[in-house]
Design a protein around this ligand. Structure first.
Ligand code: AKG
Ligand code: FE2
Length: 251
């Protein structure tokens, strides 16, 4: 068992058993990113809205080098030992950062609970994030940070906060911890853990893949559930519609 996952909310970094897919995976992501850029340019030039589905989403369904990441021996071992053997992926996305790429604000990845049930932010049994570095991700490459222990209640820290926020609240300031990766390393974390990534600084570009995992039997809502359940902040946020194009049982 990974005690860091229980105590801090994120596991130790582990190395993929097989890193031979990584170069090809990076090439695929770079190409998809170029396609997205082209779609945005076309929309701008024609004065229309880009209505294409985001090409970076759910490519674990149709691109083998991405899908293979979930069936890597080490990934399978870490997931089975720490999260259980009844999981499915429901969404993947890539975070590409290079010159000019901005930050991703503080947020958590717990988007829904079970069907339309209210989000139970401190339930650590059923929603997880799997994050894998397709390149090195160092301090200056748009590093990822998390707030240690925010998967569990913290006295005086009210979680009725916007889904995305900029300011590091004083009460949790000393919990901010960088999460650095070598190419081919991965972590799992409880989806309610607060995390962010900084704007790109300098050096080589970097690519991560984030996957949302849930326990089998978890029902999809038609729309996202407010974050967290109840509260004025949560009620004011727009609801999100979820595509169900990415469901893949992994163990
Ligand atoms: O890789 C990043 O920049 C952000 C990752 C993230 O937010 C996530 O894994 O959910
Ligand atoms: Fe996230």
């Amino acid at each position: 068992m990974d005690t860091r996952l229980q105590e801090e909310g994120v596991s130790n970094p582990y190395d993929l058993a097989d890193k031979s897919y990584l170069d090809e995976a990076c090439e695929v992501v770079t190409e998809l990113k170029a396609r997205q850029r082209m779609q945005n340019v076309m929309a701008r030039e024609t004065g229309t809205e880009n209505k294409h589905p985001n090409p970076l989403i759910d490519r674990h369904m149709d691109v083998d080098v991405i899908k293979n990441l979930f069936f890597d021996d080490k990934v399978q071992e870490v997931i089975a030992e720490n999260l259980g053997t009844d999981l499915f992926v429901w969404r993947t996305n890539f975070f590409v950062k290079k010159e000019g790429t901005g930050d991703n604000k503080w947020h958590h990845d717990r988007h829904f609970e079970n069907g339309d049930d209210p989000i139970n932010i401190y339930d650590t049994s059923n929603h997880f994030t799997f994050l894998v570095a397709l390149t090195d991700i160092d301090m200056n490459a748009g590093r990822i940070e998390f707030m240690k222990g925010t998967h569990q209640p913290i006295e005086g820290f009210d979680r009725d906060i916007p889904r995305h926020f900029n300011e590091t609240l004083e009460i949790v300031e000393d919990r901010v911890t960088p999460l650095l990766f070598k190419r081919g390393q991965f972590v799992v974390f409880h989806s309610s853990l607060l995390h962010r990534s900084l704007a790109f600084g300098e050096g080589e570009g970097r690519i991560s893949m984030a996957a949302r995992l849930a326990k089998k039997g978890t029902k999809f809502p038609d729309d996202g559930v407010p974050n967290p359940a109840g509260g004025a902040q949560a009620a004011a946020e727009p609801t999100v519609h979820y595509r169900q194009t990415g469901i893949l049982p992994i163990n």
